[in-house]
Ligand binder design. Structure first.
Ligand SMILES: Nc1ncnc2c1ncn2[C@@H]1O[C@H](COP(=O)(O)OP(=O)(O)O)[C@@H](O)[C@H]1O
Ligand SMILES: [Mg+2]
Length: 305
């Protein structure tokens, strides 16, 4: 049984007399231990989808079952209860309490739990801070921590209820690239070793690249659902702008080969997410180059000659 099952989800916001259709029939399933990145242009419905998945909001139409429980018919209280049991949230701006230590911030979600004693609460929070590499920062307040450390505290807090799913809307949006990759490494580890399901909204390719599956939303619909990073970028930007961080690369799209990047020397990387990036470096001879006849390759070919 899938962990998440959305069937024909519509979300219509009523703005005075006008209706805004934010989701227009989204159907998808997510299994336990998947790592899904959600991408798409601004206004495509990413946050609405996350709010729906996170049981924060109720769809206008369609059904949503989370771990076998039907969410769309639940009351607000029912949804809150389910959310607390199943989902941890990570936000772009960390959302930590300022005058509160890292340890207390992580304990917070358990504060009102009848099932967890204060001693267990503290023990669990400590363990989680150690797990995110902050064992030596437990007494620091958020203001005494770097952005990346604050986000790691927030991740520990999201995990304290032992949720099945971790949801994050732009978790690295406020971080520099080095710190961002540190946070992504942690999330990948939680997914790989802890088996936690990750659903992450991001507009950053370097973040989405870590995911095992990418959904591209457009106009409230899932336009592309793929485990092929290059195909996802293609759906997001169109073939002309497929690229990644300026590194040279190539990908196969519908039988055609696309190239991008600066072709210095005679080598070009082949970017297939299922193979390590460096394992398939081909010699870009003139002959091979002539074989690659997509408009994109031609554009680069013209520049090379
Ligand atoms: N509370 C709301 N009331 C009315 N319209 C909304 C509301 N929230 C989002 N929308 C509209 O729904 C569409 C999708 O928004 P959103 O899910 O925030 O997109 P994204 O996160 O991809 O930028 C947009 O057209 C947005 O203007
Ligand atoms: Mg958004």
């Amino acid at each position: 049984m899938p962990l998440i099952e959305l069937d024909d989800i519509h979300k219509i916001y009523q703005l005075g007399q006008t209706e805004v259709a934010a989701l227009c029939g989204v159907s998808l399933t997510v299994d336990g231990a998947e790592f899904v990145a959600v991408m798409g242009p601004s206004g495509s419905g990413k946050s609405t989808l996350m709010n729906t998945l996170g049981c924060l909001d109720r769809p206008t139409r369609g059904t949503y079952s989370l771990d076998g429980e039907e969410v769309s018919k639940m009351s607000a209280n029912g949804r809150a209860d389910l959310r607390n049991r199943k989902i941890g949230f990570v936000f772009q701006n960390f959302n930590l309490l300022a005058r509160t230590s890292a340890l207390e911030n992580v304990e917070l979600p358990l504060l009102y739990s009848r099932h967890v004693s204060p001693r267990q609460r503290r023990k669990r929070a400590k363990e989680l801070l150690e797990r995110v590499g902050l064992g030596d920062r437990m007494d620091h307040h958020p203001g005494q921590l770097s952005g990346g450390q604050q986000q790691r505290v927030a991740i520990a807090r999201a995990l304290v209820n032992e949720p099945a799913i971790l949801m994050a809307d732009e978790p690295t949006g406020n971080l520099d690239s080095r710190t961002s990759s540190e946070v992504m490494r942690l999330l990948c580890k939680l997914n790989d070793e802890g088996g936690i399901t990750l659903v992450i909204v991001t507009h950053e390719q370097v973040v989405a690249r870590h995911a095992k599956r990418i959904l591209i939303l457009r106009d409230g619909l899932v336009e592309c659902d793929t485990s092929d990073f290059s195909a996802a970028l293609h759906a997001l930007h169109g073939p002309e702008t497929v690229g990644y961080g300026g590194s040279p690369g190539a990908c196969r799209l519908g039988g055609e080969v696309c190239l991008w990047g600066a072709f210095r020397g005679s080598q070009v990387g082949h970017s297939d997410r299922r193979k390590p990036r460096s394992s398939l470096v081909v010699d870009l001879s003139q002959q091979l180059f002539d074989l690659l006849t997509t408009p994109f390759a031609k554009a680069f070919g013209d520049r090379q000659r």
